[in-house]
Design a protein around this ligand. Structure first.
Ligand SMILES: *[C@@H]1O[C@H](CO)[C@@H](O)[C@H](O)[C@H]1NC(C)=O
Ligand SMILES: *[C@@H]1O[C@H](CO)[C@@H](O)[C@H](O)[C@H]1NC(C)=O
Length: 213
């Protein structure tokens, strides 16, 4: 029975938009290539299949477009890749509690459908890309407990649907924006960034003043 379903799914995949499906599979496989996966959670990721929808930890919609990547707590190490930005229908990018290093690629700003970006508890470095301000649907943005540096991009305050922001436990600097959707976040979202000043409206600190590198 399962085999019949697999064959059906494969046929459907061939009939409907195979180029898109391959692009998404290629993007995910580009990510996999750079990862160390000691628990073999990515073993089912076979790049020769017509689409990645039967791979474990990947969820697709009825048109075989990737909507979720669920790889939290998977003991993965390696880097995020710019190709992930090609997953235009991705709603959940769940990569928390791994050992990811390197930067957050600015291309992740291309994930137009994203509702949740969970990269917390990794070892990511570099700054928070201002391109994340293009994620107009995003509700959950959790980048806490990494080694991120630089200022909090002020453009992020324009995200209309942001409900939960956590950038605590990093090495951010500058001031804490308080305008736009940021008015609702408490200091808890920003704690343990020893060089972060602010919040802007509470004191005499104005944005972008103060040493920050
Ligand atoms: C982050 O890197 C440090 C230093 O290399 C290491 O000690 C620590 O275990 C790493 N943390 C994670 C969550 O990978
Ligand atoms: C502060 O954040 C750093 C970086 O993530 C972390 O290593 C450290 O344990 C945190 N300190 C506290 C008191 O939570």
């Amino acid at each position: 029975m399962a085999a019949i379903w697999t064959v059906l799914l494969l046929l459907l995949g061939t009939l409907s938009t195979p180029t898109t499906a391959n692009l998404e599979g290629d993007a995910l496989f580009a990510f996999r290539r750079g990862l160390k996966d000691p628990q073999h959670v990515l073993q089912s990721w076979d790049p020769t299949l017509v689409n990645p929808c039967t791979w474990f930890h990947v969820t697709c919609d009825k048109d075989n477009r990737v909507t979720r990547l669920d790889l939290g707590n998977a003991k993965l190490s390696g880097k995020l890749v710019s190709e992930l930005g090609k997953l235009k229908h991705l709603q959940y990018l769940e990569l928390y509690r791994n050992k990811l290093v390197g930067v957050i690629p600015k291309e992740l700003g291309g994930l137009k459908s994203l509702l949740s970006l969970d990269l917390y508890h990794n070892n990511l470095t570099g700054s928070i890309p201002s391109s994340l301000s293009k994620l107009t649907n995003i509700r959950f943005l959790r980048l806490n407990s990494n080694r991120l540096t630089g200022r909090i991009p002020r453009q992020l305050t324009k995200l209309p649907n942001l409900k939960n922001l956590d950038v605590s436990n990093n090495d951010l600097c500058g001031t804490i924006p308080t305008s736009g959707s940021f008015y609702k976040f408490t200091e808890k979202s920003f704690e343990n960034n020893s060089r972060l000043q602010g919040p802007e409206l509470m004191g005499s600190v104005s944005y972008d003043i103060g040493f920050c590198n």
